[in-house]
Structures are given as structure tokens and as C-alpha cells.
Write a protein that binds this ligand. Structure first.
Ligand SMILES: [Zn+2]
Ligand SMILES: [Zn+2]
Length: 238
């Protein structure tokens, strides 16, 4: 498909256009103000969904088709880091057709990682690809090389920034050493989890109070369909 060729060219040109050696590492992962420029339509869509009550929002969530090889390919790309007990993160791009999202692109940005964190660098390279191919930022994926499969407090804040843009956005955790659960596809509950994260001003690892009504702060996604016919293009910018 034309998109694939496009991406190859983009990665090349993007890398050249944004050498950006001076990008600050101290930029906090959540609340990137410039990210909203990716698509105003997306942002509005997310607002509309999240402003309704949880039940209605859940019903209205669009299905997301994912390539059958997404997780396997990501784990392969992450394996060097995983062997060194370092996290790896990637960003998922999707197109919207007939009311369904189709994940077609995995962007692996330049990044800085520890055993329990991963920070994308040169994020404008991610936006450039998404803009160029008119992709929705449908979520993100990262490894827990030695930890179990769950969303840390920092993960929840990152997830919030995606879910504000696109109500369907997912956070995928790959935990190859977790014997009980190798992966999870998560989202913040609406409205409870989203409200808690919206109000939370803390940074770094910190506890979140659970919703008083007993609902979870985040939950498994139920609108995911693994589609073996969907091809995945990987833009590895590292
Ligand atoms: Zn994590
Ligand atoms: Zn918080």
C-alpha cells in the first residue's frame, strides 16, 4: 500500500529534519499541549465521549482492529532492551473507516528507559508521521521487562493524555516475565478513572485513590479485534 512506502520516506526525512539533539529530557510525559494539534476532530470526539456517562460512553466506543502480529513484532523489536531489563515503548497509529479503527502503524520513537519507565524523546517525529499519514493516535504499547502486567501510576497519566485525545485509545502492557498474564490492553474507566487522572497533579510514582463507587480506575478493553489480515508497518526511529 502507498502508506508503507510513504512511511519509509517519512522516517527518513523526519530523521533528517529533526536531529534535535537538544530536546529536553525533563519534559513530563503527560499533558503535552502540542499533541492536540494532531487532529482537532479527534480531540472533539474524545471530549464528547468522555463528557457522557460511563455506560453511554462504553456503548459508543468504536471497535479497534489490531494486526495479529502487533504484540509479537513489538516484543521482537524490544528484545534487546528486555534482555537488559529496560522498558521499551511504542505509539500506535490507526485509520478510521466505517466507524471502526484499524491499527496499521507502530512507531517506536527514540527513547530513554529504565527498568520501570520509558520516556519518548523527539516526540515531534511521532507527530510528523501521524500527521503525514492522517493517523489517529489510538494508543501506546510498552514492555514491563521484569514487572507484572499492570498499569503503574505513571502509565495511567500517560494513558490519560491519549484517552483525552481519542476516547478509544488503549494502553497495551507486555509483561513477558509475568507467569499469570503476558499482556493487557487497558483503558481508564469513564468517567471515574478519567476524572481521577484529570484532577491528579502528582508526578512520578504515587498512589491514586480508587473511585468511591467501587469501580476500577482502569479496565480491560472489550472492543479489540485481532485481525490477521491487517498488515503492520513499523517505523523504528531509534
Ligand atoms: Zn508500565
Ligand atoms: Zn496521579
Amino acid at each position: 500500500m502507498a502508506g508503507e512506502i510513504c512511511c519509509q520516506i517519512d522516517v527518513h526525512s523526519v530523521t533528517k529534519s529533526f536531529p534535535s539533539p537538544g530536546i529536553s529530557f525533563s519534559q513530563p510525559p503527560p499533558h503535552q499541549p502540542e499533541i492536540s494539534r494532531i487532529s482537532v476532530t479527534n480531540a472533539l470526539d474524545g471530549q464528547l465521549n468522555s463528557s457522557s456517562n460511563g455506560q453511554a460512553a462504553r456503548k459508543r466506543l468504536k471497535d479497534i482492529h489490531m494486526p495479529g502480529r502487533l504484540m509479537e513484532d513489538f516484543l521482537n523489536a524490544a528484545s534487546d532492551n528486555t534482555n537488559k531489563n529496560l522498558e521499551t515503548c511504542g505509539v500506535l497509529g490507526a485509520f478510521l473507516k466505517g466507524g471502526t479503527f484499524y491499527v496499521t502503524t507502530l512507531i517506536i520513537p527514540k527513547q530513554e528507559a529504565t527498568s520501570n519507565s520509558c520516556q519518548a524523546l523527539n516526540e515531534e517525529e511521532i507527530y510528523a508521521i501521524q500527521n503525514e499519514e492522517s493517523l489517529f493516535p489510538i494508543g501506546w504499547i510498552h514492555t514491563h521487562p521484569s514487572q507484572s502486567c499492570f498499569m503503574s501510576s505513571i502509565d495511567l497519566h500517560t494513558q490519560y493524555t491519549y484517552q483525552v485525545m481519542v476516547a478509544e485509545a488503549v494502553g497495551i502492557v507486555m509483561a513477558p516475565t509475568d507467569q499469570s498474564r503476558k499482556y493487557g490492553i487497558f483503558r481508564l474507566s469513564e468517567p471515574d478513572g478519567m476524572s481521577i487522572l484529570k484532577e491528579c497533579q502528582e508526578r512520578g510514582f504515587h498512589p491514586h485513590t480508587e473511585p468511591v463507587n467501587g469501580n476500577p480506575i482502569y479496565e480491560d478493553c472489550s472492543n479489540i479485534i485481532f485481525n490477521p489480515n491487517l498488515r503492520l508497518q513499523i517505523c523504528d526511529l531509534r
